[in-house]
Design a protein around this ligand. Structure first.
Ligand SMILES: NC(=O)c1ccc[n+]([C@@H]2O[C@H](COP(=O)([O-])OP(=O)(O)OC[C@H]3O[C@@H](n4cnc5c(N)ncnc54)[C@H](O)[C@@H]3O)[C@@H](O)[C@H]2O)c1
Ligand SMILES: [Zn+2]
Length: 365
């Protein structure tokens, strides 16, 4: 039997948990949950696309380990990360009389993870849940750290809670079925971790990019584990995003504004972040915080990965300002903008949206 290749512990006192990263380990989830002393009743929350691919091995693993599971299947897609899907989860667990000891298993991408996580945070004032992320973005980002939410028609992630999972079980083999565009979008977040905290990881990405793009499991497991370790360390120091956790927003000020300015249709989140990172690195260079060689390495890796790097001609910078002003992280008119100090370290500068845009303009030619 294959073993989870790597374990990362997230130390949060009584909310501590482990992240396991391995290849072909879905079938061992039941064992792991038994060792972690989960009670017998479990609901697997998934979307229909992921369920077609991976529900069976997960169900069988749980059954072999003595769990009684039901499946709650939702339609796939960000547009279903809403109150209606949440209500569907509540309806089912209430009908099944799930109690405080029952648990949810989120099997899928960030949409399923955020939905199931928030259902677990709120049902009976909080029950346990497990993250079994199946997209690269979910494996390196959304499954770790305990942020859960659903969207409201007025905005993304407006209704949510902090609720840490009890276990994170990551099978990188699941990434082989992921559409290439989704894989690349997740890779943008991996590149982000290298830039903000780990020069060695960044160098590995430069060396092994072709293997990564071919979804080769060895290198995937290595970079997923390195990414989770960085996120875990940040979350340990700042669980509720009071200050330090904001380093994870490198590339996201411009990225989020671009997503909003293009109606959340043109770019996947990671693609917008890729552009945002190149622009943030450019601003870091202009501010004298980042050297020219590091900037060029960042830009080159993103372009080589097949990710976009430029703000498209159709988006006006004024439009971007508008969306930065409503960014929830802005305070006192200034945004805590994350700059990179070369590769592997960051620094915050307070910049107003107008200042950010002025620098983007200087860079445009
Ligand atoms: N909680 C957090 O800290 C956090 C952080 C970042 C993003 N998010 C949230 O994550 C969401 C985006 O997550 P995502 O990018 O994983 O999107 P997603 O969950 O919509 O998954 C993308 C698509 O891939 C499909 N899919 C998933 N796994 C697959 C696999 N192994 N093979 C084939 N297809 C597969 C899904 O069905 C879906 O159609 C957003 O809602 C975002 O707000 C949350
Ligand atoms: Zn992101």
């Amino acid at each position: 039997m294959s073993r989870a290749a790597r374990t990362i512990d997230v130390d949060l006192g009584e909310r501590s948990y482990s992240i396991h990263v391995g290849e072909n380990i879905l079938g061992e989830l039941g064992d792991a949950m038994r060792r972690a002393k989960f009670a017998q009743r479990v609901a697997i929350v998934s979307d229909r696309t992921v369920a077609d691919l991976y529900l069976k091995p997960v169900e069988e693993s749980l059954r072999r380990s003595g769990f009684e599971s039901i499946a709650i299947l939702l339609p796939a897609g960000e547009e279903h990360k809403n109150l209606e899907s949440l209500a569907a989860i509540y309806d089912r667990v209430i009908a099944e009389r799930f109690d405080r000891g029952s648990a949810l298993v989120a099997l899928g991408g960030g949409v399923v993870g955020d939905l199931a996580g928030f259902a677990a945070a709120s049902y009976l004032r909080g029950i346990a849940y497990v993250q079994v992320p199946t997209t690269l973005l979910a494996q390196v980002d959304s499954s770790v750290g305990g942020k859960t939410a659903v969207n409201h028609r007025e905005g993304k992630n407006l209704i949510g809670a902090f609720h840490q999972p009890r276990l994170v079980w990551i099978d990188v083999a699941a990434l082989r079925s992921l559409p290439r565009r989704e894989l690349l979008a997740g890779l943008a977040e991996v590149i982000k971790y290298g830039i903000i905290a780990d020069a060695a990881l960044f160098r590995r990405l430069e060396e092994k990019l072709d293997d990564l793009l071919a979804a080769e499991s060895g290198i995937l497991a290595e970079v997923v584990a390195a990414s989770c370790a960085i996120k875990a360390r940040v979350v340990e120091k700042d669980e509720r995003e009071s200050d330090l956790r904001a380093v994870l927003n490198f590339g996201h000020t411009v990225g989020h504004a671009l997503e909003a300015a293009t109606g959340y249709e043109k770019y996947l989140h990671g693609e917008a972040v890729a552009i945002g990172m190149v622009q943030a690195a450019r601003i870091s260079l202009a501010e004298g915080v980042c050297d020219a060689e590091s900037f060029e390495r960042i830009r080159r890796l993103i372009v080589r990965a097949g990710l976009p790097a430029q703000i498209p001609a159709g988006v006006s910078l004024e439009e971007l300002i508008k969306h930065m002003e409503v960014d929830k992280k802005s305070a006192g008119g200034k945004i805590k903008f994350v700059l990179c100090e070369g590769i592997g370290a960051t620094r915050f500068h307070a910049l107003s949206p107008a200042e950010i845009v002025a620098r983007l303009k200087e860079n445009a030619h």
